[in-house]
Design a protein around this ligand. Structure first.
Ligand SMILES: [Zn+2]
Length: 190
């Protein structure tokens, strides 16, 4: 077996676990097992191993089909209530990533889209306690029916913005979204 060590600290999200969530058995931190990231092992009946993995979110840079303006949503709830955001959200278990992104955009803005190239993956933390680690995936997309755009679900307002007149970065939600917007803008290539 190939042996390696990891520099990752013991995952914060698992340090709060006092018992196995399946069998209520005692759990033990395992930090230096060959070939494994730090994790918890159940010493009770089920013996499961518990790893901390980031949650994926799926997000789209929806561009207007005529003039290329970018569709942003103002967040209607915390975290970052009142801040502008790229529409998107958490993937559901068993869901295709791009399908999930289309679903989130439909829920928040009412718009149907054609999904284009991948922009990038950006790690971040989520929640008012910043306890949920996320990996945030972004694609470009073109709105099929831009006139249908209206805020719903978690969005309180929508807006179409030219690249030159985006909201100031301090009014953009999360740490990863300004970085993603910079990558999107760089990828436009003109
Ligand atoms: Zn257990």
């Amino acid at each position: 077996m190939t042996s390696f060590t990891t520099d990752l600290p013991f995952p914060e999200s698992l340090t709060a676990w006092k018992a196995c969530p399946v069998c209520c058995g005692d759990v033990e931190q395992v930090v230096a097992e060959d070939g494994a990231q730090p994790h918890l092992e159940c010493r009770g009946r089920c013996g499961r191993e518990w790893y901390a993995n980031p949650k994926p979110t799926v997000n789209l840079f929806v561009e207007h089909p005529v003039d290329g303006r970018l569709l942003l949503v103002r967040r209607g709830k915390d975290p970052f209530e009142g801040y502008w955001d790229v529409p998107g959200g958490f993937m559901e278990e068993g869901e295709d990533a791009v399908e999930g992104a289309r679903r989130e955009i439909r829920e928040e803005t009412g718009v149907e889209v054609t999904v284009g190239e991948f922009v990038g993956a950006f790690s971040d933390v989520y929640g008012t306690d910043r306890a949920t680690h996320t990996v945030n995936l972004f694609w470009r997309a073109i709105a099929v029916d831009p006139d249908a755009a209206a805020p719903s679900s978690d969005a309180s307002e929508i807006g179409w913005f030219t690249r030159e007149e985006l909201p100031p970065m301090e009014e953009i939600a999360f740490d990863c979204v300004p970085r993603a917007i910079a990558a999107w803008a760089a990828g436009l290539g003109h």
